[in-house]
Ligand binder design. Structure first.
Ligand code: ADP
Ligand code: MG
Length: 620
């Protein structure tokens, strides 16, 4: 391995040569306090920037081990260090020539604290520093060029002066703000802890008092600055927790079952639901929603007309389409509002729930009696662990009327009179939502300002009034008794069967031209997979472009490793997720990737399900 001085010499010698000569600097370099690794060098100044890493050993980084001793803390610390590096890099780097010349950048960061491959903690095994952590940081560098020739002196400055300065400012514990770092780590640990407590209290979400839910604008996810009304729980829904770091915290607990959020237009309903949707992830301190936590399997469901659907059994909701179209294996290139919403629900159930129909369901809030639950406590730990894992996957559905198909949500008395049941393919959600809970343990939180018919099926009704929440359950029940909706229930005896699907391996093809794998990600909503474009604009719980990058890689892994024409989609996703859990996200790429962020099985399934070439066979 050569040192910093020789790298500098080399760069100065490269001055004015053609850009391709930069390839020569690929390799590892011993800097005074860390190792610089140049994994990959870009082909020209306009291409994606070059991939770099620095490794700072524990005796230099000196990060106290209590900051990474639990999994939550470690993930939070990695996120924190990435943000510090980002700040220092923005401050230090500047444009130095054509194209991307001069940039030094880590992965893009938003409000969420996610497990990211941008930073890793390296613990030491030498005895003199065994309580300290080191850091590996991955980032990209736009190697400088004037036109297409190398700017050697600028490159030497960037690599041999700027990078050491950034490292020194952001990755050495002595230069960090210790209190802020601790707060980051403790906040995330508390949020994870809170999320774990939900099931035991039979809650699906918790919104802490004092939370700031509204965002600065439709394109700015930071908290609204002025005029934001802080959240206060209605007294009758108030719960308390004693967090490991923060101590007592109060807020609104949303119980398992069916919850309506009602209220006038512009009174904060959607803002509350949006915070709950993203409560499956942790947020940075100061976000305002850092203690809004949601069941980890909560899935936003919406209408998404125009999407493709591949062989999904939407028959629990939709039957007898015109022209005799099959809804047991429903294929379309262009779904309607209602069929897309039905497919979105069934697809979430397909990867979330293990058993259906007459077999016992596994939802914590579902059909198991207390008696059977007690019996289970006698069984081995392993069995309990397995059950707990399965329970963690049972979806909670989140629906907002703003993005739902009206004819999927409601069908009132008058319409039932005019259009007979046998002329209407759709069984509306209102007739299925109770069965979902009773048969499968699937809870629903539904924003519905427009139809009081739902009072009949709701367990809890929360009203938003001037951005304040009230528990109006009793009143809604009284009204439901006073004015009958007079609807005929159309849902039948039970929710119905969920048919698992086996993907046809050839229908997922990441290759393009001569390249075996060509995947490309744009922001959080577009993914190019081989020759296909996947539109994920309606998959609202992909919060970070790094998640989509990792999803793209996981799709390739799913195809190459596990799609064999026999396994179901759900089994394939289980295997991929288990690999990531045991080996880390690095198994998704052949070189050290700094731009992956952790995602959920639901979003991986969502991407596969939106691939227009996907074809499946039903597993009966
Ligand atoms: P609804 O779904 O009830 O029609 P929204 O949730 O879309 O209402 O909110 C309407 C507007 O009010 C949005 O601009 C939102 O940012 C803002 N808003 C929501 N909650 C609050 C709050 N707690 N304090 C201040 N403004 C809020
Ligand atoms: Mg709304």
């Amino acid at each position: 391995m050569t040192d910093k001085q020789s790298l500098k010499q080399h760069l100065l010698q490269l001055d004015n040569r053609g850009y391709k000569a930069y390839k020569e600097i690929q390799g590892s370099y011993n800097f005074d306090e860390f190792t610089l690794i140049i994994d990959w060098v870009q082909g020209d100044p306009f291409a994606s920037p070059s991939k770099f890493r620095v490794k700072i050993p524990p005796n230099i980084a000196r990060i106290p081990c209590e900051l990474f001793q639990s999994r939550s803390r470690e993930i939070a610390l990695r996120d924190y260090l990435t943000r510090q590096f980002d700040k220092a890099a923005r401050h230090t780097s500047s444009k130095r020539g054509t194209g991307k010349s001069g940039t030094i950048a880590v992965t893009r960061l938003g409000q969420e604290v996610l497990e990211r491959t941008s930073a890793l903690i390296v613990s030491s095994n030498t005895s003199d520093s065994e309580d300290l952590g080191g850091v590996e940081m991955r980032f990209s560098v736009g190697l400088p060029a004037g036109g297409r020739s190398i700017l050697g002196r600028q490159a030497a400055e960037m690599l041999c002066e700027d990078i050491p300065r950034i490292v020194s400012l952001s990755l050495k514990y002595s230069s960090l703000n210790a209190a802020e770092c601790r707060r980051h780590v403790e906040t995330v640990e508390d949020a994870d802890w809170l999320r774990e407590q939900l099931a035991e209290k039979r809650l699906v979400a918790f919104v802490a008092d004092g939370s700031i839910l509204p965002r600065r604008s439709g394109v700015d996810n930071r908290p609204l600055l002025n005029d934001a009304v802080a959240f206060v729980s209605p007294p009758s829904l108030k719960v308390e927790f004693n967090c490991p770091n923060r101590g007592l915290i109060f807020g609104m607990g949303i119980p398992a079952g069916i919850t309506l959020i009602v209220g006038g237009g512009y009174h904060g309903k959607s803002t509350l639901l949006r915070a709950i949707e993203l409560g499956v992830y942790n947020r940075i301190p100061g976000d305002g929603r850092e203690f809004v936590v949601t069941n980890p399997a909560a899935v936003k469901i919406r209408a998404e007309d125009g999407r493709s659907v591949a062989g999904v059994d939407i028959s629990p909701f939709i039957n007898h389409l015109p022209q005799g179209r099959d809804t047991v294996q429903f294929y379309t290139e262009n779904a309607s509002g209602s069929t897309s919403q039905a497919a979105n629900i069934i697809e979430a159930l397909e990867v979330g729930i293990r058993k259906f129909g007459n077999e016992q369901c596994t939802g914590f809030n579902g059909c198991q009696s207390d008696g059977s639950r007690k019996k289970e406590e006698g069984k081995g730990n392993e069995e309990q662990e397995r059950r707990k894992k399965e329970q963690d996957l049972v979806p909670v559905l989140l629906v907002d009327e703003d993005t739902a198909a009206t004819n999927f949500m409601i069908r009132d008395r008058r319409m039932q009179e005019l259009i007979a049941k046998d002329k209407e393919p759709i069984t509306p959600f209102i007739d299925k939502v109770k069965q979902l809970y009773a048969d499968c343990g699937v809870s629903t939180i539904l924003v519905m300002g427009g139809s009081g018919d739902y009072f009949d099926v709701a367990d809890t009704v929360i009203s938003m009034d001037n951005f304040q929440a009230y528990n109006v359950t009793e009143k809604a029940k009284e009204i439901a008794n006073k004015y009958s909706a007079s609807r005929a229930a159309e849902g039948g005896e039970s929710f119905g069967e969920i048919t698992h699907r086996v993907p046809v391996p050839a229908s997922l093809d990441p290759s393009r031209g001569r390249r075996d794998v060509r995947v490309k990600v744009r922001d959080v909503d577009e993914l190019a997979f081989g020759n296909e474009e996947i539109d994920l604009g309606a998959v609202e719980q992909i919060a970070d472009s790094g998640q989509l990058r990792a999803i793209a890689a996981a799709m390739v892994c799913a195809k190459q490793q596990y799609m064999d024409g026999k396994r179901t989609l759900s089994e394939i996703i289980d295997l991929v997720m288990a690999d990531i859990e045991t080996e880390g996200m690095d198994i998704l790429s052949s070189f050290p990737e700094g731009d992956f962020a952790m995602f959920r099985r639901f979003e991986l399934a969502a991407a596969i399900n939106r691939l227009r070439s996907l074809s499946v066979v039903a597993k009966r």
